[in-house]
Design a protein around this ligand. Structure first.
Ligand SMILES: Cc1cc2nc3c(=O)[nH]c(=O)nc-3n(C[C@H](O)[C@H](O)[C@H](O)COP(=O)(O)OP(=O)(O)OC[C@H]3O[C@@H](n4cnc5c(N)ncnc54)[C@H](O)[C@@H]3O)c2cc1C
Length: 505
């Protein structure tokens, strides 16, 4: 008997059913071929080195998202097939075993995904497999935006906005009609394809921090709807007026859902438009919520059009800066042990909960790089990749370059003070008391600067510096001025090098 051909939808950063054009393509292909019978296999590949690449909190978020995706797919009378192995080795074998004729997936710019796609394309061509990739991770097709700018990367937000003004954003789509049993392959009920538990992946879930932001499409949609119902809040939203150190987040925390594709950026866009169109006035980009979403589009466009976007060397938009190396300082920063309570509280919140406010990211990124420690933004980006639930290849690199004044932002003389910045929105230091409990009993006047507290105060508060909490690893007042000089010199050298490269007229 002739084997029944299969259609694969390969889920990666599109862990959702709603507004999933590529999944709809796969389903349509199976439906159209129903009288000839085709099997549908929605797959997700868990790579063997996942534990080295994805931090614990993000791995939990991913597994929760996969469980939710599987349950949403089952409502359509199909399921998620989890495959374990290296995608570029495993999929070609399955192409033969499953008689794959058609493969659909989301078009992404993440470098790992681009590299995988290159390999798969080559195999598919040889095996005569039809591949469909759809733009659905961003509001705009960033490659078309680049084309509109003659292939050049828009280096400012305003330039980017001018390029997308007038582009009609298509409506989102829904997939609601269940598939027939004909689409189920014979091994449909095999447990081998079930979503693994964290234990299966070698993680002890009970040892993890409490889960503050559970993963999944259902959670993402609920969170979006909850915020969109607060119309006044949305219309008045101005990012600089939100707080980096409130105990509960002052922004939406939709980022982990958007990054994993549990939530469609296009749906977010249309919901925001709906709220804005129904209001007499609302805030505007760059500070509005729509403006935040446009920052994402901006960095995606820059990431798509720039070689080596996540590196300094070989990256044409990145200023070359002779960063230093200091593993001890890097470790102290990553573990929240710098002796600067505001910086440490942020880094500990990041490690525990997987999300920190944008301005908190500003604070710690500036501190690590041009502000205090003079360590490369690439090192900071790696730590963020490990800890962030919302880790995103282009947003992480783009924002790190911004904060280190390596690209997009050039006012390197504007340095965040690890003492004054946090005080603006949290005079009492409640945020520090929560995340750096050693300092919980410190009098308010010393909570941001414990090194100023007399020994007797330290003893009474139960936290002696150098014993219970580290002494500060650098003196900000002194070091940030020295670093500013180094930035100035680096800028000068880059300018001279650029001038030398320019052809003489
Ligand atoms: C050093 C550094 C690294 C960062 N790394 C990441 C990352 O890996 N992944 C990530 O999603 N964001 C990253 N950001 C951007 C930003 O901090 C987060 O997107 C934002 O804080 C997420 O919280 P939210 O969902 O509550 O944002 P909101 O203020 O509610 O904004 C809504 C959405 O807009 C987008 N957005 C908001 N701010 C930005 C921004 N500055 N750049 C791009 N998109 C934005 C996000 O998708 C966000 O979910 C980084 C920022 C810095 C300074």
């Amino acid at each position: 008997m002739a084997k029944v051909p299969s259609v694969i939808h390969w889920f990666r950063l599109d862990l959702r059913i709603h507004d999933n054009l590529a999944l709809r393509n796969a389903i349509n292909e199976v439906r159209q071929a129903e009288n000839r019978k085709h099997f549908l296999r929605p797959v997700y590949v868990i790579e063997p080195d996942i534990k080295n690449k994805v931090g614990e909190n993000r791995l939990r978020f991913l597994i929760q998202s996969l469980q939710d995706l599987d349950s949403n797919l089952r409502k359509l009378n199909t399921r998620l097939f989890i495959l374990r192995g290296t995608a570029t080795e495993l999929l070609p074998k399955l192409f033969d075993k499953w008689q794959v004729k058609h493969l659909t997936s989301q078009l992404d710019i993440d470098r790992d995904i681009v590299l995988q796609d290159e390999v798969i394309d080559e195999v598919a061509e040889k095996k005569d497999i039809f591949i469909v990739r759809r733009v659905q991770h961003t509001v705009y097709d960033v490659h078309s935006v680049l084309k509109k700018n003659n292939g050049a990367v828009p280096l400012t937000y305003q330039k980017f906005l001018s390029l997308v003004t007038g582009i009609q954003v298509k409506d989102t789509i829904e997939i609601t009609k269940a598939l027939s049993d004909n689409c189920k392959p014979p091994d449909f009920d095999s447990k081998d394809y079930d979503v693994p538990s964290l234990e299966d992946l070698g993680l002890d879930e009970s040892a993890l921090n409490p889960c503050k932001y559970p993963g999944g499409e259902t959670e993402g949609l609920n969170r979006l709807n909850m915020y969109m119902a607060k119309k006044q809040w949305v219309c008045k939203f101005e990012k600089p007026n939100t707080s980096p150190n409130s105990i509960e987040p002052s922004t939406t925390v939709l980022s982990p859902y958007i990054s994993h594709g549990c939530l469609s950026a296009k749906l977010f866009y249309h919901k925001l438009k709906e709220v804005e169109n129904g209001a007499s006035t609302h805030s505007q980009p760059p500070v509005s919520l729509m403006g935040q979403l446009m920052w994402r589009e901006f960095y995606y466009t820059a990431g798509a059009g720039t070689k080596n976007f996540d590196k300094m060397v070989g990256n044409p938009v990145c200023t070359q800066i002779p960063w230093g190396k200091n593993d001890e300082h890097l470790k102290a920063w990553a573990e929240g042990q710098t002796g600067y309570p505001f910086v440490d509280a942020i880094m500990r919140q990041l490690k525990q909960e997987g999300w920190i406010h944008h301005l908190a990211r500003h604070m710690v990124a500036c501190f690590l790089t041009r502000g205090d420690l003079w360590i490369s933004w690439e090192e900071g980006a790696k730590v963020f990749e490990d800890y962030l639930l919302d880790y995103d290849w282009s947003l992480n690199a783009g924002n790190w370059m911004w904060l280190s004044a390596s690209a997009f932002f050039y006012k390197y003389f504007r340095v965040y003070s690890p003492v004054a910045f946090g005080k603006k929105t949290d005079k009492e230091g409640l945020f520090i008391r929560k995340y750096v409990p050693e300092l919980k009993k410190y009098p308010t006047e010393y909570i941001y600067e414990p090194w100023k507290a007399p020994k007797s105060v330290q003893t009474t508060a139960g936290c002696v510096l150098g014993v219970d909490y580290p002494k500060r690893i650098v003196d900000h007042d002194k070091i940030h001025k020295e670093n500013m000089q180094k930035m100035s010199a680096a800028y000068k050298l880059n300018k001279e090098k650029k001038a030398m490269k320019r052809p003489h007229t």
